[in-house]
Design a protein around this ligand. Structure first.
Ligand code: FES
Length: 319
């Protein structure tokens, strides 16, 4: 994906927890928005005076309703600007550009049962998936863990639409998901899906594997935000350009700001679409993606510029 966007207007904003705002977006021309399936995300383009941010957000609205899209945005303390823009500057009536929805966290419709496990803001992709599962008459359950009741987003919607299939867990009450008990007790043919903090995702994957689940039945979504770091410079060999990457800017953002397009889908180190060849490097490549293998990393010939950085004075990319 490079450059194709839709113009949308913010039609509603609601603060749903102390840290999460819920945004409703409608097409500027009033027409229906592109179809999507549960688990899809969009890239929201935010143009500020200083910088263009492109952040991925899961669609949480029903895939059956294309009059609007809904997203939930958590205010990040370490924000590079995107979540602060959404929380502090965006108003009802404000306009944004968004990229077409892409699904990197799709339900496997062959599953006999679906177990969904969410932590915090990780609830958002499941809200749309639950609508798909209910419409299909599928067998499913959701386990949703939050810090405390005030941090539980969209609970009324969950309980109204999916009542007895939703189990809430509050860390503040010492109520934690028993991953071993939950995953060991599932019938054959169950698929598990997890979205939330890295520790939770690792725990679910590790527990499911230890219980004998096949990898094809374990699904997770773990987009990384590009971490800040020291400024560095790269040279783009095909474009014959030098690009300075600022401490709070991703390599991909710096390349785009220089007018060079790189394909992307997730901007979170997951999909592999932004894979870029490293032609020369006299320093260290700081990999933050979830895509490259250890062998590919140690060869030092590839980088995912959406989340990864470099250290060194001479880094040449095949762009
Ligand atoms: S855009 Fe998906 S890994 Fe970079």
């Amino acid at each position: 994906m490079t450059g194709q966007t839709l113009a949308v207007e913010v039609s509603a904003i609601e603060q749903v927890t102390p840290l999460i705002k819920h945004f409703t977006l409608r097409s500027v021309d009033g027409g229906p928005l592109p179809a999507f399936s549960g688990g899809s995300h969009i890239i929201v383009v935010m143009r500020t005076a200083r910088r263009t941010h492109r952040n991925p957000y899961s669609l949480l609205s029903s895939p059956a309703d294309l009059d609007s899209y809904e997203i939930g945005v958590r205010r990040m303390e370490e924000s590079r600007g995107g979540s602060h823009f959404m929380h502090d500057h965006l108003r009802v009536g404000g306009r944004l550009e968004i990229a077409h929805p892409v699904n990197l966290f799709a339900l496997d419709k062959r599953a006999r049962k679906h177990v969904l496990i969410a932590g915090g803001i990780g609830i958002t992709p499941f809200l749309a998936q639950l609508e798909d599962l209910a419409a299909d008459g599928a067998r499913y359950e959701l386990h949703y863990s939050v810090r405390s009741p005030e941090h539980a987003a969209f609970v009324e919607r969950l309980q109204t639409g999916h009542g007895g299939r939703v189990r809430m867990y509050h860390d503040s009450a010492g109520d934690c998901i028993d991953f071993e008990g939950l995953l060991a007790a599932q019938p054959l043919g169950t698929h598990v899906y997890v979205c939330g903090p890295k520790g939770m995702i690792d725990r679910v994957i590790g527990t499911a594997r230890a219980c004998g689940w096949s990898n094809s039945h374990i699904h997770w979504e773990q987009f990384s935000a590009p971490p800040a770091g020291d400024a560095f410079e790269v040279f783009l060999a095909r474009s014959q350009r030098s690009v300075n990457v600022l401490p709070d800017q991703s390599l991909l953002e710096a390349i785009e700001a220089a007018g060079v397009e790189v394909p992307y889908l997730c901007r979170g180190g997951v999909c592999g679409f932004c894979h870029t060849r490293v032609l020369e490097s006299d320093g260290e490549l700081l990999h933050h993606d979830h895509f490259l293998s250890d062998a590919e990393r140690s060869r030092g010939k590839s980088i995912m510029p959406c989340v990864s950085r470099a250290r060194g004075r001479h880094v040449v990319l095949d762009l």
